[in-house]
Write a protein that binds this ligand. Structure first.
Ligand code: UN1
Length: 489
């Protein structure tokens, strides 16, 4: 069992805030975490610790900072099953998905470990004679990092590992629903040799702890994943103090099925993308756009596959979809089901709770047909296993539908045509385009993020994700011998 509470300046502490009591969403009789949360004063102490540790941490050579991350990856690998099991108990996703998530985070620790050898600027020619010109990447300072509950292990890895290897110190607020999975990461980084004060975790409310982290003048770089309203407020606070900000927020990702698609693979893609993690990922497929010629056949196959999915406790290896995370999310999902019915969409699968799955927040994977661009289910992010289906007759119409929302995170296209695939890659308004595979998933070495109302600021992960936590210095060194004239700029 990992530590419960906050981790400030190298010590585990409990705050003076209200007691946090988290239940297993698949078994409401099980209390997974119960501890007093942190308050604003704790966040201030964490920021002070991160500020104090920064001069020491930025002086550690980048390859050595990277080696600590690589050691953390190795330790995490030995704890994979334990972390994944805890993740399933805390968040609900099935164990196979939880393992996949833990591995994804480990990959990021490994990748960022290696980036310690590659952090660097460029050498460029100067206009001036006898002048060496170059750029240098330096860490920004204290990073404020706020992560969501749906990827409670990998999302912190995606943000904390790049910040640390870049030479920033960190104040991190995990989601209140999933603090223990986050504790595992902190424990592992500590065991890997991270000095006290370099990473601080404060578990408390967004209104108090989040607000303190975001508005404090010392947190000059902010990285957030979560909802649009919170992200927009954070962006505003960051702008007021001229901080560097990246926010990754909502999605309404479309999966397009062309008439020449391999329908079996397309069904697999919709099920994996739409109902994997109970639809609770910003990259989830939440709109299926299907060509009229194959619609009847595809929906027949999709409804059969969806109805056969076993919803249950994620620790049961026969479960194919876990519960949704909590009462609030369940309420949101059910209210969107009502809205869709009310707007006249046709319910073709699910639509209700899974009674046989036990005492948890179990919802059947749900599909509505007949979605038009004007419907709320077409436009608004649900963040649950609720899919909207629309039909089209031409490729142009499909792209217009796909791009007809405010978000632009991910997308998918099923086709056998290279020409259609290439056109889709050019035309889709999204940060990520998948061809013949689901809309989900990110990899450590590849930038992750969206366009439109999905995101502002730099991409996460990849070289870009590390560079985000740095600032550039441009350097000129004149090596003209004394007595020689140098150019006047
Ligand atoms: C994935 O699709 O595998 O919160 C990762 C999210 C994203 C991560 C998605 N930040 O859903």
């Amino acid at each position: 069992m990992p530590h419960q509470g906050s981790y400030i300046n190298g010590a585990w502490v409990t705050g003076a805030g209200k007691v946090q009591r988290n239940l297993n969403p698949a078994d409401l009789a099980e209390v997974v975490a119960e501890f007093p949360t942190a308050r604003s004063a704790d966040a201030l102490a964490a920021i002070a610790a991160a500020e104090a540790a920064w001069p020491m941490w930025k002086a550690v050579p980048a390859p050595e900072r990277g080696r600590i991350l690589a050691r953390a990856a190795a330790i995490a690998r030995t704890r994979l099953d334990e972390i994944a099991t805890l993740l399933t108990r805390e968040e609900g996703k099935i164990l196979a998905e939880a393992k996949g998530e833990v591995i994804k985070g480990i990959n990021c620790l490994d990748f960022c470990g290696g980036q310690g050898y590659r952090l660097g600027g460029k050498v460029l020619p100067s206009e001036a004679v006898d002048t060496a010109a170059s750029t240098l990447r330096q860490p920004i300072g204290v990073a404020g990092i706020i992560t969501p509950w749906n990827f409670p292990w990998s999302n912190p890895c995606w943000k904390i590992a790049p910040a640390l290897v870049a030479g920033c110190t960190v104040v991190f607020k995990p989601a209140s629903a999933t603090p223990l999975t986050a504790s595992c990461l902190v424990e592992i980084l500590e065991e890997a040799g991270l000095p006290a004060g370099v990473l601080n975790m404060v578990v408390g409310s967004g209104a108090e702890v989040g607000e303190t982290i975001v508005t404090h003048p010392a947190t000059k770089v902010l990285s957030f994943t979560g909802s649009n309203p919170v992200g927009a407020r954070l962006y505003e606070s960051g702008a007021r103090k001229l901080a560097k900000v990246t926010c990754e927020m909502g999605g309404k990702n479309a999966l397009i099925v062309m008439p020449d698609a391999d329908l079996e693979r397309a069904v697999e893609g919709v099920i994996g993308g739409g109902f994997g993690s109970s639809g609770q990922r910003c990259t989830a497929t939440s709109r299926l756009l299907v060509h009229v010629d194959v619609k009847a056949r595809l929906l027949e196959m999709l409804v059969a596959a969806t109805s056969a999915l076993k919803v249950g406790n994620g620790l049961d290896p026969t479960s194919q979809m876990g519960p949704v995370v909590d009462q609030d999310q369940l309420h949101t999902d059910l209210s969107y089901i009502e809205i869709a019915k009310h707007e006249g969409l046709k319910l073709i699968a699910g639509g209700s709770m899974e009674a046989s799955a036990g005492n948890g927040y179990f919802l059947r994977p749900t599909i509505f047909d007949g979605a038009k661009a004007t419907h709320r289910l077409f436009q608004e992010e649900v963040f649950g296993p609720v899919l909207a289906v629309s039909e089209f007759t031409t490729y142009e119409e499909a792209i217009e539908l796909a791009n007809g929302v405010v978000f632009g995170l991910s997308s998918a296209l099923y086709t056998q045509s290279l020409v259609t695939a290439q056109r889709f890659i050019q035309d889709i308004h999204a940060g990520m385009a998948h061809v013949n595979e689901p809309s989900i998933g990110g990899e450590a070495q590849l930038p992750f993020g969206g366009v439109g109302c999905t995101g502002v600021g730099d991409r996460e992960m990849g070289e870009e994700g590390v560079n985000f936590f740095t600032q550039l210095k441009t350097v000129f060194i004149n090596y003209a011998r004394s007595g020689e004239r140098s150019m006047c700029r």
